[in-house]
Design a protein around this ligand. Structure first.
Ligand code: V47
Length: 397
């Protein structure tokens, strides 16, 4: 049977993309010039065709989703003025600042919309009064109450902050968190790695080398993680190319000499479109649909060693996320339940999608929905297995 890549006919692509198509068909790694072409070609639909072939080669008809719940214990953040793009953070005492107690975190964790949640996605601000001990206790409390739920928690920025604040090495922080129940790291905080961009959008925050060090250390310790790119603001094409190449190199290192997958590595890449509300950036425009699709397709083609491309529906809208499935994405993220980072930055999407809605989005795009856990193991649920929903033990609430 002819594989999806073998079906690519370079001569059917417009001239500048024909050579790229031949490389993709032959499984050749794309270089900086190829990535630049992906970010600049007007032929985004043809780019999408190529990314779709790669996606089908890797995953066939399968599109993943999970049943997750976001938890944001606090939005108080010492970097409120540094991260100019962020609409989520607040200074202590501001009207929109919050800090949950552990009990509040457990109570919200138990409210997950009647679904069988398999993942808590936990991120927050850098609170000056909350050190690693507060988070260790929170993780232990969650693990005790929800032993089957994977705890995907803390961006590299938070890990770096715990390290600085509590005078621990990155490795010590990660080991302590892992021992308390941390399962994997989400991909946030990467923004754009190039220092020219970081100086403009998040000056003074954890720098690129430190972000990379956190994920490299996590991978060495066997902890998987995700990675992201925040696009659609002041970055130029060369910054975007540089960003993807740095991620690919880091993943090469993670996979080197680890054929059995004993170490950690990146599971998924999530392109994050800039949202312009409630921030200090002074850029009040949204990304356009074609640019969103271009970023997905380019990432699928360039990041040949990262297995999954996530179309995060909260950020893209379910409609565009569905279309992104035809441009290289093979994952829709999850049910989410209560999202604040994007909604405080102006997102008008729903707060949650049900399992049925996610499945419908996938099916109507012509793919097969597969529920997964955080580490992309398929979840098989028998008849009647969806009731009753998970709840915290009575002692917990
Ligand atoms: O770190 C913040 C970005 C990230 C804005 O790993 C913004 O599975 C656009 O990382 N406009 C948090 N982007 C979200 C994130 C994430 C989301 C879903 C899944 C996963 C995963 C990770 O959002 C932040 C920052 O890079 N962000 N503010 C904004 N105004």
């Amino acid at each position: 049977m002819t594989s999806p890549l073998q079906k690519i006919r370079p001569e059917s692509f417009p001239a500048p993309l024909a050579a790229l198509a031949a490389k993709v068909r032959d499984g050749e790694r794309l270089d900086d010039a190829d990535a630049t072409l992906c970010f600049t070609t007007p032929d985004v639909l043809h780019l999408g065709r190529l990314a779709d072939a790669v996606r089908r080669q890797m995953h066939g008809e399968v599109t993943y989703f999970n049943v997750n719940r976001h938890l944001n214990p606090t939005n108080v953040c010492i970097y409120t003025y540094n991260c100019k793009f962020c609409g989520f953070a607040a200074l202590p005492g501001e009207d929109h600042a919050w800090q949950m107690s552990h009990e509040e975190v457990y109570r919200r964790a138990a409210e997950q919309g009647g679904n069988h949640v398999t993942e808590f996605h936990i991120v927050g601000g850098l609170h000056p009064d909350l050190g690693i001990d507060w988070y260790l206790e929170m993780l232990r409390g969650l693990r005790e109450r929800f032993p089957d739920v994977h705890l995907k928690a803390f961006t590299a920025i938070e890990i770096g902050y715990f390290s600085q604040r509590d005078k621990l090495s990155i490795e010590e922080v990660l080991v302590q968190l892992r021992d308390a129940g941390l399962g994997s790291l989400p991909g946030g905080g990467a923004e754009i790695f190039h220092p020219e961009v970081r100086a403009q959008i998040c000056d003074g925050k954890l720098d690129t080398e430190e972000w990379i060090e956190v994920h490299r250390t996590a991978h060495r310790l066997g902890i998987h993680s995700n990675c992201t790119m925040l696009y659609g603001h002041v970055e130029k094409v060369e910054h975007s190319v540089d960003h993807l190449m740095r991620l690919r190199a880091l993943q090469d290192d993670a996979l080197a000499g680890d054929p059995a997958g004993a170490k950690g590595s990146f599971n998924a890449f999530i392109p994050l479109a800039y949202h312009p509300e409630n921030n200090y950036m002074g850029l009040r425009f949204h990304t356009t649909g074609l640019n969103d699709l271009r970023h997905m397709a380019t990432a699928r083609l360039v990041l040949d060693n990262i297995p999954h491309m996530k179309a995060y529906w909260v950020m893209l809208t379910p409609k565009l996320a569905q279309l992104a499935l035809k441009f290289g994405a093979n994952d829709l993220d999850g049910t989410v339940v209560e999202e604040t980072v994007y909604h405080m930055a102006g997102a008008e999407t729903e707060q949650q999608l049900s399992r049925g809605e996610l499945e419908r989005v996938v099916r109507e795009a012509g793919f097969t929905p597969v529920e997964r856990d955080t580490l992309y193991n398929p979840i098989v649920r028998g008849a009647g297995a969806l009731a009753p929903p998970l709840a915290a033990t009575p002692a917990a609430v």
